[in-house]
Design a protein around this ligand. Structure first.
Ligand code: SAM
Ligand code: DTB
Ligand code: SF4
Length: 330
């Protein structure tokens, strides 16, 4: 590919990517790939602005599902203490703390296969309380029915997170208790209800480059790109089946971020779980590759995240700043 056609490709908004094209991006010389990604990034965003979201586990552990990466599955012995749905006052205290530390979005996660209708009533109260603090809201609760999705929309929810996790081909190596199609169906419901979609995956689970390419292809060829695309590096947790998986080459992780940026130029690409195991230099490369969102706060859902003071210092060293909210025009 000539340098010229590479640039043309990088700024176009497309929904008809071919696997061969995505694999060709992964195979570019690293500098060429980062140049394309940075070009796409600058065409759509302030290059030094990073959106920050904080996470809270509002219902922890004892989950019926068998996701091979997850310490919250009841099937694995991960030393995690299960906790029932949190009282709203505790959620609001955590949300206020996240806001005071600089987050613009608060993401509440529950270890459910799917919520019960009575759970949705309580989650809607949480959403309304968090919005009243002046934060954007995101929840991740598992699969949803139509009625539940509409209740979340009417409750004022801004984003729903539901990840595809990996390619359809590799999926059954990781999860057997719900299908890829189940996930696509939930994502369609969320999109149809008019809630912003947050959808990405996990890399470093032993998948191949083709699986990473197919995951991104699936996201990029949706009729509308997810507004947020979290790219998680597997956090290996003792007791889970994926503990001991060979670590992914950090530069391949950066490539994954860059390809996500090129395929979905106006989406927020989030450098998500796994930052605790990344060097500052690797994270800097991820920002150069087009990542413009992070999970911020000392904890993800159940595992550790970099300390806020460390992130503040990293932002200062890189000249990054956190902006308000939102995403470029999709
Ligand atoms: N139970 C709901 C579900 O699975 O849809 C919501 C919570 S679940 C913990 C949200 C997402 O966290 C998963 O889809 C997965 O992508 C991510 N995740 C969970 N454990 C992880 C780990 N060990 N490393 C990286 N990402 C992880
Ligand atoms: C996402 O893509 N990653 C977040 C959020 N969405 C819900 C969760 C990461 C969880 C990492 C393992 C843990 O802390 O339990
Ligand atoms: Fe349960 Fe979600 Fe963890 Fe899967 S990822 S085991 S559904 S909490």
């Amino acid at each position: 590919m000539s340098a010229c056609s590479a640039i043309t490709l990088s700024v176009a908004m497309r929904h008809d990517w071919q696997l061969s094209e995505v694999l060709a991006l992964f195979s570019l010389p690293f500098n060429d790939l980062l140049f394309q990604a940075q070009t796409a990034h600058r065409a759509n965003f302030d290059p030094n602005e990073v959106q920050i979201s904080s996470l809270l586990s509002i219902k922890t552990g004892a989950c019926s599902e068998d996701c091979g990466y997850c310490p919250q599955s009841a099937r694995y012995d991960s030393d995690l203490k299960p906790e029932a749905l949190m009282p709203i006052a505790e959620v609001l205290t955590a949300a206020q703390r996240a806001k005071d530390q600089g987050a613009s979005r608060f993401c509440m996660g529950a270890a459910w296969r799917q919520p019960k209708d009575k759970d949705i009533v309580r989650v809607v109260e949480m959403i309304q309380g968090v919005k009243a603090l002046g934060l954007e809201t995101c929840v991740t609760l598992g699969m949803l029915t139509d009625t539940q999705t509409l209740a979340l929309k009417e409750g004022g929810l801004d984003y729903y997170n539901h990840n595809l996790d990996t390619s359809e081909d590799y999926y059954s190596e990781v999860i057997t208790t719900r299908t890829y199609q189940d996930r696509l169906d939930t994502l369609d419901r969320v999109r149809d209800a008019g809630i912003n979609v947050c959808c990405g995956g996990i890399v470093g689970m032993g998948e191949g480059q083709q699986d990473r390419a197919k995951l991104l292809l699936q996201l990029a060829n949706m009729p509308k790109h997810p507004e947020s695309v979290p790219i998680n590096m597997l956090v290996q947790v003792e007791g889970t089946p994926l503990m001991g998986t060979e670590a992914l080459d950090p530069l391949e992780f950066v490539r994954t971020i860059a390809v996500a940026r090129i395929l979905m130029p106006s989406s927020r690409v989030r450098l998500s779980a796994g930052r605790n195991a990344m060097t500052d230099e690797m994270q800097a490369l991820c920002f150069l590759a087009g990542a413009n969102s992070i999970f911020y706060g000392d904890k993800l859902l159940t595992t550790d995240n970099p300390m806020t003071v460390h992130d503040q210092s990293l932002f200062k060293r890189l000249g990054l700043y956190s902006g308000g909210s939102s995403y470029a025009n999709a």
